[in-house]
Design a protein around this ligand. Structure first.
Ligand code: ATP
Ligand code: MG
Length: 309
């Protein structure tokens, strides 16, 4: 299908190719031309301003919706990126949803069900902090989670086939969304093992950040190579023109946020967004409404004058 927007036109070095050739080991966790903190903050500020205006147009146009998916290892900066990038956006036009371990009700449905219920309406920006991709990431690293999913008998016999089937389901869903007006952009925040170590230590050292740390985080950290394998396969299987992945270097937070904000802005700018235009008949009605309100004003003044006498 023809995507709503061609991601290749951005020329981003972080776009995950659509042909399955993404090599995660080569993906940088720092940008080649490391911008200064000041430059990154300025770039973010500019993008945030542009995004505010673009979101207003998206809302008024009421034809497309934008879905931003964020996936990353712990402490890569998902939450702060979402907060910083969307800081200027009208909260009424934006929905952020964080996906945690599935509830009993969610497990009673297929794995895409809970995602589908949280999709943004037309004119809105929806943000997924973690997403349906957990089903081919954390669940692939912990296949024992599948036991709770009550899949059909035999579904777990060939796990490689199960992940392939899930990629296919995800691709179909995202293509379907694009066909119906949802622009999907997916960000993998690529933090290094060493930077995660530093950030975990920071969470342990700073009492105001202690709550962010859980012992489980270290268990997942210990499974790093398996996560990377799962990420590489998932990104390769699901980066497509209508739902591209961007692998954003995440060791430098300000630079990462600016890069994400820029991609979001440039994608929206590439859409055919318009403020609704009124028909001639509606325009003529505006003149009638105006005349009526003006007449009311004159009558009101007269009445006031009369009272004062
Ligand atoms: P933070 O980065 O602040 O720790 P978080 O996104 O890690 O935030 P947590 O509440 O710590 O939030 O963790 C949510 C957990 O839920 C993650 O470990 C994630 O892997 C897990 N999870 C999300 N979706 C699924 C799923 N479909 N199946 C199993 N586990 C899931
Ligand atoms: Mg966590």
């Amino acid at each position: 299908m023809k995507p709503l927007f061609d991601p290749q036109s951005l020329g981003s070095p972080y776009l995950v190719p659509f042909d399955g050739s993404f090599d995660l080991a080569q993906a940088p966790t720092r940008m080649a031309d490391e911008p200064t903190k000041k430059a990154s903050k300025k770039a973010l500020g500019e993008a945030v301003e542009r995004l505010e205006e673009l979101q207003r147009k998206l809302y008024a146009d009421d034809r497309y919706s934008l879905l931003l998916v964020f996936q990353a290892m712990d402490a890569a900066g998902k939450d702060s990126t979402i907060r910083n990038v969307l800081t200027g956006v009208n909260p009424a036009g934006c929905q952020v949803f964080s996906f945690k371990q599935p509830s009993a009700e969610e497990l009673d449905h297929d794995f895409l069900w809970r995602t589908y219920r949280r999709l943004p309406e037309r004119g809105r920006i929806g943000v997924f902090n973690r997403s349906h991709y957990e089903e081919v990431l954390v669940v692939r690293v912990h296949p024992e989670y599948l036991e709770g999913q009550r899949l059909p008998r035999g579904a777990r016999d060939d796990l490689a086939a199960l992940w392939r089937a899930r990629y296919a389901s995800i691709r179909s869903m995202e293509e379907h969304l694009a066909r119906n007006g949802t622009v999907v952009i997916k960000f993998w925040l690529n933090v290094s093992l060493e930077e995660q170590r530093k950030r975990f230590l920071d969470r342990l050292d700073d009492p105001s950040k202690n709550w962010k740390f859980s012992a489980g985080d270290l268990v997942e950290r210990g499974l790093w190579p398996r996560y990377m394998e799962a990420y590489q396969d998932a990104l390769n299987a699901t980066s497509r023109p209508w739902a591209p992945w961007y692998a954003i270097p995440a060791d430098d937070k300000p630079a990462m946020r600016a890069a994400v904000a820029r991609i979001v802005c440039e994608t929206l700018e590439g859409l055919d967004l318009h403020y609704p235009a009124l028909s001639e008949k509606e325009q003529a009605q505006l003149a009638n409404h105006r005349a009526r309100l003006q007449a009311e004003g004159k009558q009101g003044k007269k009445a006031k004058k009369g009272k004062g006498k």
